[in-house]
Design a protein around this ligand. Structure first.
Ligand code: ADP
Ligand code: MG
Length: 698
């Protein structure tokens, strides 16, 4: 076995497992080694049965005295009952839908079980604990146990087993962090850190590994932005003349008055674009603050000067929505043209001109006739050549990688001319930190929401009040309002249980849809939207909801980013405990977009004290910025990488609160670049940088 051995060559990896591993992006032994856990279960406390206390998470060692299996009609599945004895007592264990247990466990066997202790009718018991036979070093119990993001079909056991095997090759991995830098900053060695990130002996051991990976993460970001900064000093952009009259005219015809922050942001942007130095600006503003119209002004400014603008959206739905919004905004703008280009759709709009054929859209872009082009990744992949791209807008910037940006930047610009760059995000980051982390990014912030909006009323709905909430929703539907009901995607770490219960995204949302449609709201028109639908279908459902043909849209988080339906005034979030604060805030931002009073209801049936506290905080906090900060602050070492929820996927190990570390790394990176600008003596580092860019590519 070597680093580049394919996983299917490992003895235990059968065809199906191999397919599932591929879904996780794991193809080689090296991929296994670099597949990191996103949290740990602390099973390190081993106690005797007599010492078990309800609510504690522990491991217990004992001998199996009974294994019995029966079918349960109520829970529709198999129940395995196990009795475990040690010198101090007996523990009852119940496992649901794991029929294989009765095959692999036998009476008299010594095992370690780990999990949460619960109260049962005959004293304490455990439900679905992790069970491990005692043989050699323990992997799944009696220690800090890694929990990996996974998917149906692969259990935590599978992953731990394979990764532990793979770690035998760890010494083949070349440490890429320059020795001087590692040494000066006491950064632990890569090999030891890789072991410790998967199977830490103690939390201090984990902390060291975290430090190592936080350091290298920040170092890479700093190095990249440092190198870019160096290169950028030679870049040039088209200087776009600020056409004051056109913009004034546009603003005067808007159906609303711009807020002060919107005006300032637009002014920042057009001024930047008037320079021959490329703009690199971040426009941040809470959900619903009105970033789109600001972007529309920037595009207009480029277009009236005869240039093209490209607007990248993270999803098909959002691209189409922007296309429609822009078309609407530019309706009376003489000569304005807007194109849409995604993998599923191509459309073109020019006032007073009949729609063009699908296959003509690319040609119109190449000729420069399509001035504003909205699209998804497809825009990058379809080898579309712009004639004179002068502005690139990236919506919800974090979803796009550096490499994609470069792909567009290079287009049609042989002479070192790059487009001005504007990224937009609803996840605010503190300005000082943005500067240290991302280098010389200029920032515009829209802090106030448009006037006339009533603050959204948020409530955490206890199980007993669920019916009342449904009644409330029915009244609002009768009054003509629309409602979102969002179901969680199942948390990646739950793969083990979810696989055992045959749970998956589509099924979960389908069942909830059926329940709501048939039982709860039989008189309402209920639509369904989930990630597995074809894009044409998604688009149809979204359009019908926008047109008011559904009262309720049941959906997974595909509605999260940017959908804009002002008549929707209630957001219901099921299983709210599965969402991060930032994500909840994004969802809440889908309502409250008109003068109607809007509501956000969180349903969370059985949650821990900690989760309840988090949700209560959310309910009482309207400021997205405060929520983002709190999200970071609440993250303990066990779940440092809740990045999917933080909105900053680039930072998996480091956090914005590591200000000291960020500053240290920045200095180290700057000095390093000064000494060795071409990295020639550091092939491993160069390879690592290339890898990191690759990883950004979704
Ligand atoms: P986001 O910043 O989340 O992208 P949008 O640009 O989608 O927000 O704007 C949200 C809604 O607010 C849209 O329906 C938009 O037309 C409206 N809007 C934007 N600016 C204003 C304003 N100044 N006054 C009133 N409504 C506005
Ligand atoms: Mg938006």
């Amino acid at each position: 076995m070597h680093l580049d051995t394919r996983v299917q060559e490992l003895p235990t990896v059968k065809k199906i497992l191999n397919t599932h591993l591929k879904t996780l992006g794991i193809e080689t032994v090296k991929d296994l080694i670099f597949y990191f856990p996103f949290r740990y279960e602390d099973y390190s406390r081993v106690v005797s049965i007599k010492e078990l206390r309800v609510g504690e998470t522990v491991s217990v060692r004992g001998t199996i005295t009974l294994v019995a299996q029966r079918r349960s009609w109520k829970r529709r599945g198999m129940i395995t009952e196990i009795l475990l004895n040690d010198a101090t007592g007996r523990l009852k264990i119940t496992c649901f839908n794991q029929p294989y247990l009765s095959k692999i466990l036998t009476q008299g066997q010594e095992v370690m079980v780990a999990g949460i202790v619960r109260a049962g009718p005959l004293g304490v018991q455990m439900t679905n604990p992790t069970i491990e036979k005692i043989q050699g070093e323990l992997t799944h119990t009696a220690r800090l146990v890694p929990i990996y993001p996974t998917t149906a079909g692969i259990t935590q056991h599978n992953l731990r087993f394979l990764i532990k095997k793979a770690l035998a090759c760890v010494s083949e991995v070349r440490d890429w962090l320059p020795f001087d830098i590692a040494d000066a900053n006491k950064v632990p060695q890569l090999h030891a850190s890789l072991h410790a990130i998967h199977f830490p002996d103690t939390s201090a051991h984990f902390e060291l590994a975290r430090y190592r990976f936080a350091f290298e993460e920040l170092f890479l970001i700093q190095l990249r932005s440092g190198l870019r900064r160096r290169a950028a000093t030679e870049d040039r952009a088209h200087a776009i003349f600020f056409d004051q009259n056109t913009i004034k005219d546009f603003v005067a015809r808007l159906p609303f008055e711009l807020t002060k922050d919107q005006r300032v942001a637009a002014w920042d942007i057009v001024r930047d674009m008037a320079n021959a130095t490329p703009m690199n600006r971040l426009l941040q503003g809470d959900v619903g603050s009105g970033k789109t119209v600001v972007g529309a002004m920037a595009c207009l400014d480029a277009a009236v000067n005869g240039f093209q603008a490209a607007w990248l959206a993270p999803t098909e739905i959002l691209a189409r929505q922007h296309f429609q919004t822009l078309r609407e905004l530019y309706k009376v703008q003489h000569g304005m043209t807007v194109a849409l280009l995604t993998s599923a759709a191509q459309e073109y709009y020019q006032e007073g001109v009949r729609p063009v054929k699908k296959n003509e859209v690319c040609a119109l872009i190449e000729k420069g006739q399509a001035r504003v082009v909205v699209g998804t990744h497809a825009l990058l992949q379809k080898s579309v050549a712009f004639k004179n791209l002068a502005l690139l807008i990236v919506d919800e910037q974090h979803r796009f990688g550096v490499r994609q940006r470069h792909a567009l930047e290079k287009q049609g610009h042989p002479r070192g001319i790059v487009p001005h760059f504007l990224s937009m995000t609803a996840t605010p980051i503190p300005r000082s930190l943005a500067l240290t982390v991302y280098g010389d990014l200029a920032i515009s912030s829209i802090k106030t929401l448009p006037t006339g909006r009533k603050p959204i009323v948020s409530r955490l709905v206890p199980p007993g009040k669920r019916e009342a909430a449904y009644q409330f929703i029915k009244e609002h539907i009768r009054a003509g309002r629309q409602v979102y009901i969002v179901c969680p995607l199942i948390e990646p770490g739950l793969g083990e249980q979810t696989a055992a219960f045959g749970y998956n995204e589509r099924k979960a949302v389908m069942e909830e849809y059926k329940r709501l449609h048939d039982q709860v709201f039989p008189d309402a028109r209920v639509g369904l939207l989930h990630g597995k639908l074809k894009s044409i279908e998604k688009e149809r459902v979204r359009r019908e909801f926008t047109e008011g043909r559904y009262d309720i849209l049941v959906s997974t988080t595909v509605v999260e980013v940017g959908i804009d339906v002002p008549n929707a005034s209630i957001m219901v979030i099921e299983g709210a405990e599965h969402f991060g604060l930032a994500q909840l805030h994004q969802l809440r931002g889908r309502v409250g977009r008109s003068s109607h009073q809007s509501f956000c209801f969180l349903f969370a049936d059985e949650v821990s004290e900690k989760a309840r506290e988090r949700l209560e905080f959310f309910v009482h906090t309207v400021d997205g910025f405060k929520l983002a900060e709190q999200d970071l602050a609440w993250r303990g070492p066990g779940d440092v990488y809740g990045t999917m929820q933080s909105g900053f996927p680039e930072l998996k190990f480091a956090s914005f609160s590591d200000t000291q570390l960020i500053a240290t790394v920045r200095t180290a990176a700057e000095e390093f670049i000064k000494k060795t600008p071409d990295l020639r003596a550091y092939p491993e580092l160069r390879a690592r940088l290339a890898d990191a860019e690759e990883a950004h590519f979704e």
